[in-house]
Design a protein around this ligand. Sequence first.
Ligand code: BGC
Length: 720
Amino acid sequence: MPDLRKLLDKMTIEEKIGQLMQFSSDVFADDGADVTGPRAQYQLTEEDMARVGSILGTNSAETVIKLQKEHLEKDRNKIPLLFMRDVIYGYRTNFPIPLGFGCSFDPALVAECSEMAAKEAAASGIHVTFTPMVDYVRDARWGRVMESCGEEPLLNSRMGAAQVKAFQGEDLRDREHIASCVKHFAAYGGAEAGRDYNTVDLSEHTLREFYLPAYKACVDAGVKMLMPSFNSLNGIPSTGNQWLMKKILREEWGYDGLVISDWGAISELLKHGIAADERQAARMAFDCGCHIEMCSNAYHLHLEELIEEGAISEEQLDDAVMKVLELKEELGLFEDPFRGASSEKEQALFMSEAHRAIAKKAAAESAVLLKNEGVLPFSEEIKRIALIGPFADEKKALGIWKCNGQYDEVTTVREGFAAALPQVEILCAKGCGAEWNDSDDSGFAEAIEIAKKADAVVLCLGEPDDYAGEGNCRTDISLPGLQNRLAKEIAAVNSNTAAVLFNGRPLVLSRLAEAVPAILELWYPGNEGGHAAADLLLGRANPCGKVSMSFPKATGQCPIYYNRNNTGRPKKVEKEGIRTRYNSGYLDCGNLPLYPFGHGLSYSNFIYEDLTLSADSMESDGAIQAKITIYNDSDRAGKEVVQLYMRDLVASMVRPVQQLIDFKKVEFAPYERKEITFEIREPMLRFWNWDQKFISEPGEFQISTGCADHLLHTQTFELK
Ligand code: BGC
């Protein structure tokens, strides 16, 4: 184990600054001959390159080993490089996107997937993943909702913490785990009008209660790195936001780990207009404790002069460098700079049977049965099935953060059914495209023809996999192109029709829901999506996912979320077409979403029989139990996500109409009855008040179960 202090002492200022620089792998593939190439763009000499501390975006053990070897030959201090990558929902074996993960309400499953991703990434020489993304989201126009677990702070917090722990494991040296970087701190998901990188203007109250808890949960879970967000928050971009980066992150939460900027975010302080030049931007970001600069060169070009002038002290520089060295040390890189990366390991792990099995399970558990008027599950006795729509045989459905995922390794719905029902005739037609401006209906005739002939139809619809994710925002989040019309015409000729959806955000499904009797939301389900779809549609798997982000009835309802405040004139009747003047409703649309947070059907029939509280009052240091009895009135085993909501009936500030305070995913045997117990304690009832404190107030609280907007039972108790 090297003496890091000694190492630091013998480093020159330039070498220290090098540790704080990160460039993408294409910079290292560039020999410098091209005057417009990435190296020239960053003004990097051969000597600068030898001092760089970390690289972003390599995709094989072979490349990592080569770059690490070359680097160690050149670096006189022999400080190994760190390799970082966005391993978001899988490395090579992809599982569902995080919004789907959210629907599983299953942190243990998410942990299992993250462990597998960590193993694959570690085999490829990756040391740090830019995961979890725990941005709280309310507006489905924003493309990055796909990377989040949705509109619920508690769910986001549990999922985020589970990912951090699973990626990092007990000991980072074990070579099967990698460091985790939580992002994007803070409130990137609050981008105005759902437009990426846009301004975020939030009250501290909303920020504290809804947006910050999940980052905090990741900090508490021991995350090794944190990334500030691109957006400005109440006027100051996060990368240069002292209040956020110092007061909240360090002083209040006690975070002591590494901070890395987002891609180019330090130089973007100029475009935001809060720094006059890169020198000032470097100073601002460094002052906020941003240790590593990703893919811009403000530190490279200006830190040294800032230190010479005394604007930044050498101790500050040493602290930052020490943090980088410590992580390298924790990862065991000084002893083994390759950290077990090998092509053989990659071969053994990538898309291995075990990993595919996990991915299939995750795809099935993240799917949500949004609607089912008796058609699902399909009978296995069918002779002929028609698979119709742009996603019936589409491999390009992994989403833009697929990392090393390969489209040719994706199982489509057609392939899933071919494997599940080898004796059944499968008819397949695309019908139409899925682009927003697709207007070609020449494929309709063939699609209608096969629908007529089939015993069952699966409509495979969605949005192209580059419609969600960074920079992919939409003003109209309905099914693109002619897909709604296709659905209507198909369902008109065959009523035994179910739609399955591939998408990265809650879409507006009002027209689809009118047209078809069943809708199964798959999200971008990962490599094994086709197998999971077949299992779910045939009843070999029982859907158990619940909506993690509300599905609006119309794009104009965005932002829409269940944990909203009441107004002084709440809308009483939730009916379309009724003119509801002088209350807070739309003229042409209801206020509620089409499918609210927490909604999701099952092939089991879960009956919520009872909710009781163990007492009708609670001391502030005490606890009461909420017991919910649920009966599975069906011959199918199934899982139910039991949700516990509270409402603070009278408080010094307006409180949300519902807030999830706990949930449990429970398995039921056929005809099994279970009593599920939750414990309610005072901290679960707190909110951020005007005096800038998390407090609870004595008074009456309502406890409910069911799902948001469809509460089944309600009891009240008094907090003393
Ligand atoms: C994204 C981050 C990501 C980084 C590195 C940025 O554009 O905002 O989420 O981690 O790129 O790929």
